[in-house]
Design a protein around this ligand. Structure first.
Ligand SMILES: [Zn+2]
Ligand SMILES: [Zn+2]
Length: 171
């Protein structure tokens, strides 16, 4: 079976993206040639090889083309099928959230729009405050309160506390 990889210059604007896209396409080759699975394009066979590729090249995470459209900084991957998940912040609860296939999700780190790993910021006092208080604040609110509302409430508590301590400093 003859297989040809064609890369688009529209997508490839850096050496990094070239490597990343080539690796993605190699997973399709493995899917077609070794697994004989042609449909769906990003199905079980694709993700099987994507998982193998990611293990070998952790800095070149294989993703579906669609993930180029929206850049999610935080990347997660299913340990069972290799499917990638993106979030704008480190918001995915890996202890609770499961992939559709039932697999456990692991956090891969933060990546820039080119998919390069970026160093994670050390949590600020506010970040730590949110982490500490989030659960208890949510417990006080009606069940099903959206995440954003809970965070708003936590931010308000933080602000109140800050104002209070600023006030007492001035006295
Ligand atoms: Zn693809
Ligand atoms: Zn999975």
């Amino acid at each position: 079976m003859k297989t040809v990889i064609q890369l688009s210059t529209k997508v490839i604007d850096s050496e990094y993206r070239l490597k990343k896209t080539l690796l993605h396409e190699c997973c399709h080759v493995a899917q077609f040639v070794l697994e004989r699975e042609f449909r769906p394009p990003h199905g079980r066979a694709f993700w099987k090889w994507a998982r193998i590729a990611t293990r070998r090249f952790p800095d070149l995470p294989v993703e579906t083309c669609h993930s180029y459209d929206v850049h999610y900084k935080c990347k997660y991957q299913c340990t069972a099928c290799g499917k990638m998940f993106g979030r704008h912040s480190k918001s995915l609860d890996t202890a609770r959230y499961r992939c559709k296939c039932g697999g456990r999700i692991v956090y891969l780190g933060m990546f820039d729009p080119d998919g390069r790993r970026i160093a994670e910021k050390v949590p600020t006092p506010y970040n730590r405050f949110v982490k500490e208080r989030y659960e208890s604040v949510r417990a006080e609110m009606p069940p099903g309160t959206p995440n954003a509302k809970v965070l708003q409430r936590v931010a308000q508590i933080w602000k109140d506390r800050k104002n209070r301590s600023d006030g007492s400093d001035n006295e």
